[in-house]
Design a protein around this ligand. Structure first.
Ligand SMILES: NC(=O)c1ccc[n+]([C@@H]2O[C@H](COP(=O)([O-])OP(=O)(O)OC[C@H]3O[C@@H](n4cnc5c(N)ncnc54)[C@H](OP(=O)(O)O)[C@@H]3O)[C@@H](O)[C@H]2O)c1
Length: 281
């Protein structure tokens, strides 16, 4: 079992975060709280932390808040550094609502401070200036360390940044995988140019990459077999070839957790990278 996870810069800050973190959608329920899988989720998260995947991404929306509670239980006995990212739902982007959401997330997470607080989706109904004023207050009051966005276009990222008076947005969390490469058009080049971290969600296509059939997948399988890696590992490593990208696969199965942590610390050859790139273009 490899355990040499590499870190990447967080935006323009002097901090760095693991290039592979852990997603938690589905842990603690979907749109509603469901505690039936809590033990499995907590065990998987704990194992991931041991393997250095110390970036954990959750949201107030996941399991109607219960996902944050699951994360807090996984962190209960963890004494080493961890980077906790959560998200506020678009319906809570009003000034007072946002402050309340943050307080509730901190309570559920049982931490004094979130390392990254992200606007989950854009919400054109609430002026971004109002939302960002609340985000800056959270930073000023020490409840949040860094501000991020999620599912924002380049224009929305620019507006969001312009609405901030002191802070800089450090990241945009967007869907990015071999089977959804739409961010390569504008968002990824913008993040790379402006030194924002692109947090790739659904980096395994919500499990579809492992199940996929057909030509492009055969190429990945051939490369994976030659390297002694799994298809999912090659797909994640291909993502990490891109500067400014970190990935947050979600895994409840311990075998998957171990595989995902082992995606860091090595690199596909240029030839293998290009072959996969071409196959999924
Ligand atoms: N900001 C947003 O709007 C947004 C939207 C979607 C997701 N996200 C975040 O991104 C995270 C990841 O995305 P996701 O959960 O949608 O999908 P994903 O990480 O692409 O895929 C998760 C699925 O892949 C399986 N899997 C994990 N590792 C594997 C491996 N090594 N080999 C084979 N299968 C593997 C998991 O199975 P097991 O669980 O059985 O191990 C699970 O079924 C979420 O959990 C969430 O934190 C954010």
């Amino acid at each position: 079992m490899r355990n040499n996870l590499e870190f990447r810069p967080l935006g323009k800050t002097s901090e760095s975060i693991p290039e592979v973190g852990m997603g938690t959608w589905g842990m603690g329920g979907g749109m509603r709280a469901d505690s039936s899988g809590d033990s499995e989720s907590i065990e998987a998260l704990k194992l991931g932390l041991e393997l250095d995947m110390t970036l954990v991404d959750t949201a107030e929306m996941y399991g109607a808040g219960h996902s944050e509670e699951v994360v807090s239980r996984a962190l209960e006995d963890w004494r080493k550094p961890v980077f906790v990212a959560s998200k506020v739902s678009p319906s809570h982007f009003g000034y007072d609502d946002l402050l309340l959401s943050a307080r509730k997330s901190l309570e559920r997470l049982r931490v004094k401070q979130m390392d990254l607080y992200q606007l989950h989706w854009p919400n054109p109904r609430t002026p971004i200036a109002e939302t960002m004023k609340a985000m800056e207050k959270l930073v000023r009051d020490g409840m949040v360390r860094h501000i991020g966005v999620s599912n924002f276009s380049v224009a929305q990222m620019r507006d969001a940044q312009a609405a901030l008076s002191r802070e800089e947005i450090v990241s945009n969390q967007v869907e990015y995988s071999l089977i959804d490469r739409s961010v390569e058009e504008e968002i990824l080049p913008y993040c790379q140019r402006e030194k924002l971290t692109l947090i790739a969600y659904s980096p395994l296509g919500q499990g579809r990459i492992a199940r996929g059939r057909g030509g492009p997948f055969k190429i990945v399988d051939e490369i994976a077999a030659r390297l002694g890696e799994s298809r999912s590992q090659v797909a994640l490593n291909w993502l990490l070839w891109h500067e400014s990208v970190v990935a947050i696969p979600k895994a409840s199965d311990k075998k998957h957790v171990v595989e995902n942590a082992a995606v860091s610390g090595w690199k596909l050859s240029t030839r293998d990278f290009q072959e996969i790139d071409k196959a999924f273009r």
